[in-house]
Design a protein. Structure first.
Length: 127
């Protein structure tokens, strides 16, 4: 059975913005909101040089890495051509205006990758 964890209300994520979800171990997860209220979650680490995607500019269904402007697709975490590489994507469920992530993914995905290179950004702690 899937174990979904409530992360926040949809309104807690700015339109065309993001929030970071702190995990017990590993790199934080960036949760993004598109202009049409779709929600996506990626490891908060660009596949290029480890930039914090949560600090990037969201446009359409992509985010621009703040370090070198790589365009990363929010749906699958993959860089758009001509760049290459992917960051792990997390499943998201939106129900009743609330955002949920899978506990199993938060506890297991990409625990061995180094933290991004960047400054602070508002985070949401997961219990």
């Amino acid at each position: 059975m899937d174990d979904w964890i409530r992360i926040c209300a949809l309104q807690d994520i700015p339109v065309l913005g993001s929030r970071r979800v702190q995990r017990r171990a590993g790199v934080d997860v960036a949760v993004f909101r598109s202009a049409d209220d779709e929600v996506f979650a990626l490891l908060d680490r660009c596949p290029h040089k480890g930039g914090p995607l949560s600090q990037g500019i969201v446009f359409g269904k992509s985010v621009a890495c703040p370090l070198h402007n790589w365009t990363i697709a929010l749906a699958d975490g993959c860089a758009k051509e001509p760049d290459e590489g992917c960051t792990p994507a997390f499943q998201v469920k939106l129900a009743g205006g609330e955002v949920f992530l899978l506990k199993t993914e938060l506890d297991t995905l990409a625990l061995d990758l180094p933290a991004p290179i960047a400054g602070p950004k508002m985070s949401i702690a997961v219990a």
